[in-house]
Ligand binder design. Structure first.
Ligand code: COA
Length: 345
C-alpha cells in the first residue's frame, strides 16, 4: 500500500504570552498551583481579531516552505475552534495559500485532532485521491474558554502545527506507521460546549451564556487520558511490529505534564525520551502534536532517523497513536514574541 511520508513541518504561535501570574490576577489560582498540577508556566493567546484560520494559514505556509513545495492536492484542518460553525475552515485556508480548487475539509476530534487529521491525510494518499496533503492542526481555545473557569482557563491555549505529506513507501524516513484510533461517545459530556449545536438549538430552550463556553470534568478526563494514551500507544507499537526498545522519542499530546509523565511511566519510557513544550505553550488541543514536532525539530531535540511514538487523547472521547521514523527536515516556526533559536529554554 502507498504510504504517506512527512516532508515538511511548520508551526505558528500567537504573539501574546499569558503568564500564570496574569491569570492569578483575576482567577482564584496561583502560579504554584498551575505549575504543580499541570506543568504549565505560560501559554499563547491570540489578540483580538486573530482566528484559527489565521494561525492555520501561517503554519501551513511555513510547512509548505519547509517541504520546498508550493502546491499540494488536499488540505486537512483539524480543529475544535473553526472560524465559523459553518462552513469548514480548510477551504478558506487553502484559498489563502493560493490553492483554490483543491480538496479541503475539517476534522474535529478535539485534542486527538492532530492524529485523526493525520489519518485523513494518510487515507487520501493511500486511496490514490491525493499524492500530497497539507495537514494542519490549529486552535484558538482562548475564544471558547470561560474566562471565569479556573479549571480550564489555565490549561488551554492557541497555536497551529502543520505537516506536508506525499505519497511514498513505508520504509522511507517520514512514513507514517499504522494509526490506532478509538472513541467512546458514552463519555461525550466530560469535554463539551453544551450550547450552539443542534441539540441545544432544537430543544427550543434558550441557553445560559456560560453554556456557550468549553467545559471539562478534569479529574475524570485525567484517568481516561492516561489509560487510553498508554493503551493506544502499545497497540500502535504492536501493529508496527515494534517494542518500546525501538522507540527513541515519545511525542505525547501536551494535555498536561502530569499526564505525559503518567503515560510515560506506564509505557516504560525514560523521562529524557519524552518531548515536551507544555510548560511554555499549554494545551493547544488539535495543534499540540504538530506544534511539538515543529519546535522539537527546530531546537534539534528531534532529528532525522529517530523513531517516534505519538499518542493523543481528547473530547469525544477520542484517542489514538502512531509511530514513524522522523525525516531529516527543517522546521519553520513563526513565533514573533520569541525566536525559534530561543525555544529550548
Ligand atoms: N487553581 C486553583 N485551584 C483549582 C484550579 C486552579 N486553576 N482548578 C481547580 N482547582 C481546585 C478545584 O476547585 C478543587 O477544589 P476543591 O477541592 O475545593 O473542590 C481542587 O482544586 C481540586 O480539583 P480537581 O479538579 O480535583 O484537581 P485535580 O488535581 O484533578 O487537577 C486538573 C485538576 C484539571 C489539573 C486535572 O484534573 C487534570 O489535569 N485533568 C486533565 C485535564 C486535561 O489535561 N484535559 C485535556 C485532555 S485533552
Amino acid at each position: 500500500m502507498t504510504a504517506a511520508v512527512v516532508t515538511g513541518v511548520g508551526a505558528s504561535l500567537p504573539q501574546r504570552v499569558v503568564t500564570n501570574e496574569e491569570l492569578a490576577g483575576y482567577l482564584d489560582t496561583s502560579d504554584e498551583w498551575i505549575r504543580s498540577r499541570t506543568g504549565i508556566g505560560t501559554r499563547r493567546w491570540v489578540d483580538t481579531g486573530v482566528s484559527t484560520g489565521d494561525l492555520a494559514t501561517q503554519a501551513g505556509e511555513l510547512a509548505l516552505r519547509s517541504a520546498g513545495v508550493d502546491r499540494v492536492d488536499a488540505v486537512v484542518v483539524a480543529t475544535t475552534t473553526p472560524d465559523r460553525l459553518c462552513p469548514a475552515t480548510a477551504p478558506e485556508v487553502a484559498t489563502r495559500l493560493g490553492l483554490t480548487g483543491i480538496s479541503a475539509h475539517d476534522v474535529n476530534a478535539v485534542c486527538t485532532g492532530f492524529l485523526y487529521g493525520l489519518a485523513s491525510a494518510v487515507g487520501l494518499i493511500a486511496a490514490g485521491n491525493a499524492s500530497s496533503v497539507l495537514m494542519i492542526g490549529a486552535e484558538t481555545f482562548s475564544t471558547i474558554i470561560d474566562p471565569k473557569d479556573r479549571g480550564t482557563a489555565v490549561i488551554f491555549a492557541d497555536g497551529a502545527g502543520a505537516l506536508v505529506l506525499r505519497a511514498g513507501s513505508a520504509d522511507e524516513p517520514g512514513a507514517v506507521g499504522p494509526l490506532v484510533l478509538g472513541s467512546d461517545g458514552s463519555l461525550a459530556d466530560l469535554i463539551q460546549i453544551p450550547a450552539g449545536g443542534s441539540r441545544q438549538r432544537s430543544s427550543g430552550e434558550e441557553a445560559a451564556p456560560e453554556d456557550y463556553y468549553f467545559r471539562m470534568r478534569g479529574r475524570e478526563v485525567y484517568r481516561h487520558a492516561v489509560e487510553r494514551m498508554a493503551g493506544s500507544a502499545q497497540e500502535a507499537l504492536l501493529r508496527a511490529g515494534l517494542t518500546m526498545s525501538d522507540v527513541d522519542k515519545f511525542v505525547p499530546h501536551q494535555a498536561n505534564a502530569r499526564i505525559s509523565v503518567a503515560v510515560g511511566e506506564r509505557l516504560g519510557i525514560r523521562p529524557e525520551q519524552t518531548v515536551s513544550n507544555v510548560e511554555r505553550v499549554g494545551n493547544t488541543a488539535a495543534a499540540s502534536i504538530g506544534l511539538l514536532l515543529a519546535e522539537a525539530t527546530a531546537t534539534g531535540e528531534l532529528r532525522g532517523g529517530q523513531r517516534l511514538l505519538l499518542t493523543a487523547f481528547g473530547g469525544g472521547l477520542t484517542w489514538g497513536a502512531t509511530t514513524m521514523v522522523w525525516p531529516d527536515v527543517t522546521a519553520h516556526i513563526s513565533s514573533p514574541a520569541r525566536p525559534a533559536v530561543a525555544l529550548a529554554g
